[in-house]
Design a binder for this molecule. Structure first.
Ligand SMILES: Cc1cc2nc3c(=O)[nH]c(=O)nc-3n(C[C@H](O)[C@H](O)[C@H](O)COP(=O)(O)OP(=O)(O)OC[C@H]3O[C@@H](n4cnc5c(N)ncnc54)[C@H](O)[C@@H]3O)c2cc1C
Length: 577
């Protein structure tokens, strides 16, 4: 392979622009290495875009061997397993960097590629065929009979080598398949203007969709998304399971979004001040230390601190060691919702409650309780949390509505705090003169007002977060919100299943029929701030027919049909809690 690259000076880059007559073009590079091929193709595309308005380059990287070319240095993600999305050329060039966790990375990739740059012999040709459409070219920089045989067995046809690139083969897929991009009127109605609705609306709007958001309250973010501050940190698990991988991807996407918003004029309130997740017991402290050691994360993402190190870091006495997420912090959710709603032209109707949904002539119509039509569009996104199950179309989804009370502690009552502390509850640095201390989990309670009992539960957490600290308040201070929990604690993002359709024959989750044009961004539970940005991007990509920013197993873990699939005995992931 190296020989071929140096001989031609071109690596696997095709001699002329392969995208000239395409509107969207997707390239899979099976070994990004130093990114030289990417740089050449980027230059070629910038010089001769033809009709190609968007280029998607998917780079498989063997971290930490892969190092970015200088032009990507500033944007390059930390070498953490999973997908990382980079936006270049004002969004027209999308670079998906995938640090290969395992051979499954290719199998789990969801995309339809037009060109595959095959850099090393492989027998994973069935995976390549799945990523191809009719006419997809596989271009390799080496000669390997086994690989060519496997490609042909997977449905590709070998073409004569292009004479100007020595040692390069071109193989064309015979398969006529691929995803169908959205082709109707690009207009969506989004119900709810909390973190879920604002994320879905912003992600669709950024893709050029007309978006009408309908919110029953007087303004966005007055329900669960109305907290003063929320914690932004990922989950950890020793086996780096589905929930941990999804939360890491979500956390990183949220950070990108927060930095992007902060780079422009906005009233977003947040601070990447770090989150110290303390152990609840000596046994857990040991487990956290082992977990960090075995996962070998870069210290800029997560590192273990002993209690002494934690005290030095926080500059306060803390009761335990734990994991520091230096990029984590807090955000004021209403300011994030607002920034999203203002990031693109979005039509917002407030003070209007939707009572009925109807699909007619290829469009969704939504009505208020007097039967007055409010809006009509081919796509409808339910982002109205637990209230979504009031609609017949969603009544089979099951959520638990769980009350939570946060206590606001006046800044004068506590010593200065430079980072978020979390340990069976959390304490965030003050915003608008108040620390946020929370939050209770009050299963079965519908109480909308603050209660003394819950405030006392929160105040009792104080010494568990900051050693030797206690706080007494002579009035009720704080906020109540209701979480929307799913049985597996993961969000519900994607196309709504058709609950009435005849059961599909046993097979994969994807075989379940869906309700045309109906999508969900629901079930954000206790981590809605963290989930929301990636959930919005994933949903918009699914609606648009783009390659989603997640591997297939994580998409399935959020699929709204997963509960129905499990009930019907189809293959659907079971997520350990
Ligand atoms: C106490 C507490 C603490 C939390 N702490 C954190 C944290 O530290 N970190 C974190 O990541 N997450 C945290 N969360 C979770 C996070 O706040 C939620 O997951 C998130 O706000 C949910 O957003 P949502 O948009 O789904 O719901 P909501 O914000 O509730 O939005 C749903 C919207 O839909 C509207 N609506 C409902 N029905 C209709 C209708 N028929 N027509 C029109 N509009 C309708 C509602 O008025 C509402 O505005 C916390 C939650 C609580 C309650």
């Amino acid at each position: 392979m190296d020989g071929a690259s140096s001989e031609t000076g071109r690596g696997a880059v095709p001699p002329s622009a392969p995208w000239l007559s395409a509107e969207h073009f997707c390239i899979l590079d099976t070994d990004f290495n130093d990114g030289a091929d990417f740089v050449r193709l980027r230059r070629l595309w910038e010089a001769s875009p033809g009709t190609c308005i968007s280029l998607h380059y998917i780079a498989l990287c063997a971290a930490p061997k892969s190092s970015p070319p200088p032009e990507l240095q500033a944007l390059w993600p930390l070498p953490l397993p999973g997908h990382h999305e980079l936006e270049l050329n004002a969004g027209a060039l999308r670079l998906t960097v995938i640090f290969r966790e395992s051979p499954a990375a290719l199998r789990r990739l969801k995309a339809v590629c037009d060109l595959i740059l095959l850099k090393e012999p492989t027998l994973q040709t069935a995976a390549l065929a799945r990523l191809s459409r009719f006419g997809t070219a596989v271009q390799s920089t080496f000669q390997d009979t086994e690989t060519n045989r496997a490609l042909e067995a997977s449905g590709f046809r070998l073409e004569p080598a292009a004479t100007h690139i020595e040692g390069t083969y071109r193989v064309r897929s015979k398969r006529a398949k691929g995803w169908v991009p959205f082709s109707g009127e690009r207009h969506a109605i989004v119900l709810g203007a909390g973190l879920a609705g604002s994320a879905a609306a912003a992600s669709l709007s950024r893709r050029g969709w007309r978006v009408s958001v309908i919110e029953k309250r007087a303004a966005p973010a007055l329900a669960a998304s109305g907290n003063l501050t929320s914690v932004i940190s990922p989950m950890l698990s020793k086996d780096d399971g589905v929930a941990a991988r999804l939360s890491r991807a979500s956390f990183l996407t949220l950070l990108q979004e927060l930095h992007r918003i902060s780079a422009g004029p906005s009233s977003l309130k947040w601070a990447p001040c770090g989150v110290l997740q303390m152990a609840r017991s000596p046994k857990e402290e040991l487990l956290l230390a082992e977990t960090i050691l075995s996962l070998a994360y870069p210290a800029a993402f997560a590192r273990f601190l002993t209690r002494e190190e934690a005290c030095r870091h926080v500059e306060q006495e803390v009761p335990a060691g734990g994991v520091l997420f230096p990029q984590g912090g807090w955000v004021n959710p209403p300011s994030l919702c607002l920034a999203r709603m203002q990031s693109a032209p979005i039509l917002l109707q407030t003070g209007v409650s939707v009572s009925k949904l109807e699909r007619k002539d290829g469009s969704w119509r939504v009505f208020d309780d007097s039967g007055r039509p409010l809006a009509e569009a081919p796509v409808l996104v339910l982002a109205n949390a637990f209230e979504s199950t009031r609609f017949a179309q969603a009544e089979h989804l099951h959520f638990k509505k769980v009350r939570g009370q946060v206590t606001h502690v006046p800044a004068s009552h506590l010593p200065p705090l430079g980072c978020v502390l979390s340990r069976d509850g959390y304490l965030t640095p003050p915003l608008e003169g108040h620390y946020s201390l929370g939050a209770t989990y009050d299963f079965g309670s519908e109480e909308e007002s603050l209660t003394v009992e819950c405030q006392n539960v929160n105040l009792a957490r104080m010494p568990l977060l900051l050693e030797g600290t206690s706080v007494a308040l002579d009035s009720l201070l704080g906020r109540v919100g209701f979480r929307t929990l799913t049985p597996d604690r993961l969000p519900v993002v994607g196309a709504m299943p058709d609950f009435e359709a005849q059961p599909a024959p046993p097979g994969a989750l994807g075989t379940l029929p869906r309700q045309a044009g109906l999508f969900t961004l629901l079930g954000l539970g206790s981590r809605g701030v963290v989930w929301s940005a990636l959930a919005g991007e994933t949903l918009a990509a699914l609606i648009e027919g783009e390659a989603p920013p997640l591997p297939s197993d994580l998409l399935e873990a959020m699929d709204p049909a997963r509960f129905l699939a499990r009930k019907r005995g189809l293959e659907a992931p079971r997520i350990p809690l």
